[in-house]
Design a protein around this ligand. Structure first.
Ligand code: ZN
Length: 142
């Protein structure tokens, strides 16, 4: 089952080649229970606007084709403690920039039963103009 990633995002998960910051994260965190990917849209664009709420949820929108991709959303994960109600999504900016490359890490417990059974998610965004890596989600799912 490769890539091992939640079903809502599996088709967008690519190896972390080409961005040295993301490659470094891959070297540091890839192991039998932890998987690091760069997100690429189906149109091959790697730049996204990023929206976060307090649950936390992370949704990204392709800068080329407007495709929306769910990166982290508790309602998809069987083990997650779900929160009631909806929170307002807010767009992430860094300085004057609102377009980012996206790197994710999904972790699984030893006894995971399927690809949605994650135990932790980390989401980093990278802005090429600022050369800056920002952590936007670092959440224990269950
Ligand atoms: Zn796209």
């Amino acid at each position: 089952m490769y890539p091992l990633a939640p079903s809502h995002i599996r088709q967008y998960c690519e190896a972390t080649y080409g961005n040295s910051c993301f490659e470094e994260l891959g070297r540091k965190f890839n192991n039998d229970n932890s998987f690091v990917y760069q997100i690429k849209c189906r149109c091959m664009c790697g730049n996204f606007n990023v929206y976060i709420d307090e649950h936390p949820t992370a949704i990204i929108k392709c800068c080329s084709c407007d495709n929306e991709i769910i990166v982290y959303e508790l309602s998809y994960y069987p083990a997650a403690i779900k929160l009631q109600g909806s929170c307002e999504l807010s767009k992430i900016t860094s300085g004057v920039f609102d377009s980012f490359e996206i790197c994710v890490k999904y972790e699984y417990p030893d006894d995971y039963e399927n690809a949605d059974d994650i135990s932790w998610c980390t989401v980093w965004i990278y802005n090429e103009a600022e050369k800056r890596l920002i952590t936007v989600i670092d959440d224990e799912t269950s």
